[in-house]
Design a protein around this ligand. Sequence first.
Ligand code: ATP
Ligand code: MG
Length: 415
Amino acid sequence: MASKLQPIRGTHDLLPEACRAHARVEQACLRVAARYGYGEIRTPILEVTPVFSRSLGDATDVVQKEMYTFDDRGGESVTMRPENTASVARAVLSNGLLDQVPLKLHYAGPMFRYERPQKGRYRQFHQIGVELFGVPEPAGDIEIIAMGADVLGELGLLDNVRLEINTLGDTESREAYRVALVAFLQARRDQLSDESEERLERNPMRVLDSKSEADKAVVADAPSIFDHLTDEARAFFDAVLAGLDALGIAYEVNPRIVRGLDYYCHTAFEFITTELGAQGTVIGGGRYDGLMQQMGGPALPGVGWAGGIERLSMMAGAGEEAARPIALVPVGETAEQRALVLARELRGQGFAIDLGYRGNLKRRMQRANKAQASHALILGDDELERGVVILRDLDSGEQTELSIDRVSEGLPRRA
Ligand code: ATP
Ligand code: MG
């Protein structure tokens, strides 16, 4: 016997309720994006591998361990996108959008990372995100962070998350800090986790946001980027914070927020919740002024964030059900034909109509209850002869008669 076919580990079927929860997050982002004048972009899920290997940095966890990369039938190395900022940057270059700055874009869709599946961490997951290209000023960072707060506000989650923010400084600040940090970590090498020993070589800043307890203990006394910021980088960060203050957006400065990808500079931030256990970051983002050049384009500053739809929807839930349907209940053969036509008419007028495929009055009323119908429209042969149908309120049991030609006028709200 053939074995049962299952989805690939770390991937999931989204059934209707989960889809409603996802759509709710996507629509919150869509509304906020529209208010800020951001247009949607949809890029291919498959890209040639250098789109990611060049941009994210060869030494990052994502590129080293997490990418779904394979040779296609033509022998070209392709990758299923692990994140979307690099794809969007590629699209900006491919479509010659550089002269349209400031470019304001948002997206939603699936991403793929070969991670160890656990609650809030999957191999196919979904993100919403926003990207702003061509704005080197702190005003860009402030707008992007405000949009994150607004999406969380739309979902009723603002009180459940905190905003943590940091600066990675400009290139000069980061280089100076890197030297100090590596010296500090080298001296404590034997206390670090194996993973962080490796990071020390490739990507020392990443040790700062390690989840290992041993690493956390070491990092507690590590030098701070704030001792190495240039005056310009300091002023930039202060301006971002002043903007957040002016908007009443609460934050905590956390020098451990570094973000995983190589292309970040200046602002790095995360919206974090304590409600989802270890996978608490619901939105992460920052400034990536170096990205475009890394991808072979001109220097073009950028800032943005990505939010995990699974994590956000786990917190926000599916929200209100769609409008309860009205069940059409024909009794008898003539009524059956009449119901078929009436159902389509009413659906055409915007009502949600549940129409069974078979069964007597009792069976059909059971079905109406199962479909959580608010009302039943009962079409009996007797009534049809008199030109009426019976409308029964399924919550109160109250019944009225409606003229069959003017049913819609007597019905409750449309779907
Ligand atoms: P983490 O530290 O949790 O691994 P990350 O830094 O890798 O996060 P980003 O690349 O910044 O995450 O992605 C932005 C958001 O996308 C995350 O904050 C999270 O909400 C979500 N996310 C990232 N990876 C996954 C995953 N494997 N499964 C579900 N959601 C994810
Ligand atoms: Mg990750």
